[in-house]
Design a protein around this ligand. Structure first.
Ligand code: HEM
Length: 492
């Protein structure tokens, strides 16, 4: 009878078949480091093969484990991941050396093996491209000069205001049903952020349930342990089928805007004042548009939703901060004007709350992996060519050497100045810094501001009796392990 293996078994079988090759790689890497270069950064001593087995059984490269390890090994660490070098920076000084002093040489992108593109496609089609490629430079220019300029963001302000107003109307209906009906705040915010984005990109709502399913699929692929990331020579085999799965999801996602794209090309009707018009007018091909929109959606939705959700949880569990923000919102009366676009510039305490959430709960806690184009020196250690380089933004945001009472939610620390997240202050790096800094930063902050301001201007929120926010919320790990169900009551 034919025997079938589960994916873990397949991984282990391939792994043991590959042992002789791994041994040669290990020997080669030992020889390489007996040179005059400064040593690799300190880190846990491990034999690459054992480290791989350990990693497969206990995936320990999340931001929390890395933060603990850095307390033993210091602000710049080296870890063997299979045949790959991983470098982790965990202090503002180390981050500055990675993202500023060595910005050029360390601004390659570490592209996971599950990406459904050949290296040539990556370099000509997507944001995962190396920062030396003409395509990536062009994308950044288009983002900077057209898609996310102050003017473009002003244009999309109306869309954000409309979608926020739809969300408020939906909650208002629920709040009047009586009996304290709870709203799934995360689900509702996700829907709002998706449609704020889709309308800025191509002026249409999308099927949010279908979209959520796609993003969930992509999230699972990225968090799966992929043997091909540990041993890139296995990449072509796609043993776990992750690349195939990702390709399937990508193609489904492109179908969402295909009819819109076709119609605009057919009629050459470019009067919508949105991203798609701009991209068509600049001569982008269909494939480039598909990849760019996919990258903007996958980069922007969960991150923005998470910041809104965690700001709400922090405010609900920190009543003094909630009271101050409510006071600011009611004094500014931002939703009372003639124009339907609220003026969010008048809200310094809101802005301080968002910064405080980004400090404690950055949604990309290790940023995205960078890659060393060439070997270089960081803090008197060698970063080998092709090493993956991570910055532990999460650990930096709670470093007691940098922040007073780091585990307290205290927006006041940002009220009269303090650090900003725009890439110049290396203690607050939620959006990264240097040439790879998040291109969607301003759009993200505008979405967060208007959603939080709307939720708190129109409603008071409380948790249902059975839901004990303080018990469910773990600020130390940034985890909230339940749907965020809250009861809205219209403010007087
Ligand atoms: C609060 C929300 C967000 C946070 C915290 C965030 C954070 C980040 C971080 C840390 C990076 C990696 C920086 C690096 O590697 O040095 C990044 C990259 C990126 N983000 Fe965001 N992001 C957010 C929202 C958005 C939005 C709304 C968009 C799109 C509209 C977006 C699009 C991208 C893209 C395309 C990249 C890749 C840039 C490149 O490789 O050149 N992000 N983001």
């Amino acid at each position: 009878m034919a025997q079938s293996f589960d994916s873990q078994e397949i991984v282990m079988i391939i792994f043991f078949l590959a042992l002789p090759l791994l041994f040669i790689i290990f020997k080669k890497s030992l020889i390489k480091h007996q040179s005059d270069d400064p040593p690799l950064p300190p880190g846990p001593k491990s034999w690459p093969i054992l480290s791989t087995i350990n990693h497969l059984l206990h995936p320990k490269t999340d931001h929390i484990s890395l933060s603990h390890l850095s307390q033993t090994y210091g602000p710049l660490m080296h870890i063997n991941l299979g045949s790959q070098h991983l470098i982790v920076a965990s202090s503002p000084a180390a981050a500055l050396e990675v993202l500023k002093a060595n910005d050029r040489v360390l601004s390659g992108r570490y592209a996971p093996a599950s990406l459904p593109k050949t290296p040539a496609q990556t370099d000509t089609l997507s944001f995962w491209a190396d920062s030396t490629s003409a395509h990536w430079k062009n994308l950044r220019t288009v983002c900077r000069a057209e898609l996310f300029t102050g003017k473009a963001l002003e244009r999309s302000a109306r869309v954000r205001a409309e979608k926020a107003a739809e969300m408020v109307a939906e909650v208002m209906v629920k709040s009047k049903e009586g009996g304290g009906v709870a709203v799934d705040v995360e689900k509702m915010v996700f829907e709002t952020v998706v449609n704020m984005s889709s309308n800025a990109y191509f002026s249409k709502d999308v099927d949010v349930a279908q979209f959520a399913e796609m993003l969930r699929g992509i999230g699972e692929i990225f968090t799966a342990i992929n043997l091909s990331d540990l041993y890139p020579f296995l990449g072509v085999l796609d043993l776990q089928g992750l690349r195939r799965k990702y390709m399937g999801i990508s193609m489904k996602m492109w179908e969402l805007w295909k009819p819109i794209l076709e119609e605009r090309r057919e009629r050459m009707d470019l009067r919508h004042n949105d991203f798609l018009d701009t991209l068509i007018a600049r001569g982008f091909g269909d494939e480039q548009i598909n990849h760019l929109l996919e990258d903007l959606f996958t980069g922007g939705i969960h991150t923005t939703t998470a910041v809104i959700k965690k700001t709400m949880i922090e405010l609900l569990t920190t009543p003094t901060a909630m009271a101050k923000l409510k006071e600011e919102l009611s004094a500014a009366a931002i939703f009372d004007g003639q124009d339907s676009i609220p003026d969010l510039e008048k809200l310094p305490y809101l802005s301080a709350c968002i910064k405080e959430t980004l400090r404690l709960h950055p949604p990309a806690p290790l940023m995205l992996g960078h890659r060393a184009y060439a070997a270089c020196r960081v803090m008197n250690h060698t970063v080998p060519k092709n090493a993956q380089v991570l910055v532990n933004v999460w650990a930096i945001g709670r470093d007691p050497a940098v922040w007073e009472a780091p585990l307290e939610y205290r927006p006041e620390r940002f009220v009269s100045g303090g650090a900003d997240f725009k890439g110049n202050d290396f203690e607050l790096l939620a959006f990264g810094a240097g040439r790879r800094i998040c291109p969607g930063m301003s759009a993200a902050v505008k979405m967060v501001d208007v959603v939080v301001a709307s939720l708190l201007s129109f409603f008071d929120w409380s948790a249902p009796h059975h839901l004990h926010l303080h018990q469910l919320w773990n600020r130390e790990t940034s985890q909230f392990n339940a749907p965020l169900l809250l009861i809205p009551t219209p403010t007087k």
